[in-house]
Design a protein around this ligand. Structure first.
Ligand code: AMP
Length: 417
């Protein structure tokens, strides 16, 4: 199958080929003809499935067909949850548009940086706006743009938009849009709140649900290494040297830990740096660019980087701290093994996190052998609380029943008195 056969015009096909997009991915093959036809879409596809191009290509073609008003008010609006995703989607749109006879102006706006350059940038108008919801509303309030000409709305990573608490802003943006428009709704998952939003927004949508094809799911090898919690930084350093890791993304629980671990490793001669929400936007962009350019061996991050950031050829992901939620485990390891490459996901499991890792394994239908690295064998005894039935999420307070069960187990374990 080719991109032409999906109904795309030559300039777009050519630009796609130049980006290495020769054969449509399943989500592209299923979505592009329907989007070109004007149909609403509800898309559930795995990270790395090619969904950005799946909406960007037909969006650009539809803009070519539509009458472009002299006002240059945005006709297409792409809402995304994070600055990084906004920058990425903007880049893909610009690259794909480069051979079009009428190249649309594409504005990318997001919070965390000064608003003035973005206001200036919008002066000449823009046909496509890629935005995070909060900054978009600020710009509307300052009369930097009007949304009453939007005929095509894309919500990308809608689950994440809601997770990040953008529900209010989203509602306010939607209220500013004209009611007659095409809506494209992408989400990695459809829990009830996300499905409710999709159902409220979409009219007679085509549902595109792309399960990973057998044999085509990312080839991610998963490993669990047991180690004492206080030796994890040393183990990380050892593995980088021993395994010759050129680049790895390391997840920790807090910004403070990210800074601390990065600093320790850097002092130990490893090119490591931290990436988290306390950095300025400029610093964040710089770290990502430098990581892509192989300036850094390790980037230590929080769950900020777990979703949506596409770093091609990222070979290794490390869970230094385990994610709180099993769902985040999937997002984290999905940073590697993208677009057909192979990847390695290593989780450090310490005595105190063993029980939580078992829960993650259970939820993911996994059972990983516990491996040890010579010289880093754990010495702390593993304490796994007695099974507490369903639930047992880390951080949950023990219920009365849990306490009674624990007391009974303790009494049973005591030598007879
Ligand atoms: P996305 O799911 O949009 O984040 O895309 C993930 C990665 O897949 C990006 O690096 C794209 O460049 C790549 N990609 C998208 N579509 C294709 C395609 N048709 N063929 C090969 N790679 C693709």
């Amino acid at each position: 199958m080719s991109f032409e056969s999906l109904g795309l015009q030559a300039p777009l096909v050519r630009a796609a080929a130049e980006l290495g997009l020769q054969v449509p991915t399943p989500v592209q093959a299923a979505s592009i003809p329907a989007i070109l036809h004007g149909t609403d879409l509800q898309g559930q596809a795995q990270t790395g499935s090619g969904k950005t191009a799946a909406f960007a290509l037909p969006l650009l073609q539809r803009l070519q067909q539509g009458a472009q008003g002299a006002s240059r008010r945005p006709a297409a609006l792409v809402l995304v949850p994070t600055r990084e995703l906004a920058a990425q989607a903007g880049e893909v749109l610009r690259s794909l548009a480069r051979h079009l006879p009428r190249r649309p102006r594409i504005a990318v706006v997001f919070g965390g940086v000064s608003i003035n350059p973005q206001m200036m940038g919008l002066r000449g108008g823009a046909e496509v706006v890629v935005a995070t919801p909060g900054r978009l509303l600020d710009l509307v309030e300052r009369n930097a743009l009007k949304l009453d000409g939007v005929t095509l709305l894309v919500l990308d990573e809608a689950d994440r938009l809601l997770d990040l608490g953008f529900a209010d802003e989203l509602g306010r943006v939607l209220a500013l849009l004209p009611p007659r428009r095409q809506n494209l709704f992408f989400s990695a998952a459809f829990p009830p709140a996300v499905q409710a939003l999709a159902s409220a927004l979409l009219r007679d949508p085509l549902r595109v649900d792309i399960p990973p094809e057998p044999g085509h799911e990312p080839a991610i090898a998963q490993k669990a290494i047991t180690v004492d919690a206080q030796r994890r930084t040393q183990l990380l350093r050892h593995l980088v040297k021993q395994e010759g890791w050129q680049r790895a993304l390391v997840f920790v629980a807090t910004k403070h830990t990210a800074d601390k671990v990065a600093e320790k490793l850097y002092r130990a001669g490893i090119y490591a740096t931290a990436f988290h929400g306390d950095l300025s936007q400029g610093a964040r962009t710089q770290v990502l660019d430098e990581f892509k350019a192989e300036r850094w061996e390790l980037v230590i991050t929080t769950d900020l980087a777990a979703r949506g950031i596409d770093i091609a050829q990222l070979p290794v992901v490390v869970n230094y701290d385990l994610p709180r939620s099993p769902v985040d485990y999937v997002h984290r390891i999905g940073r590697t093994g993208r677009a057909g490459e192979t990847g390695l996901a290593v989780s450090f499991v310490s005595a105190s996190s063993e029980a939580h890792f078992r829960l993650i394994e259970k939820r993911q239908g996994l059972s990983l052998p516990r491996e040890q690295v010579p010289g880093f064998e754990p010495t702390e005894p593993v304490v796994v609380p007695p099974a507490t039935g369903p639930g047992g999420i880390k951080g949950r307070r023990p219920s009365k029943k849990d306490k009674l069960r624990a007391a009974a187990a303790e009494a049973a374990a005591r030598p007879g008195d």
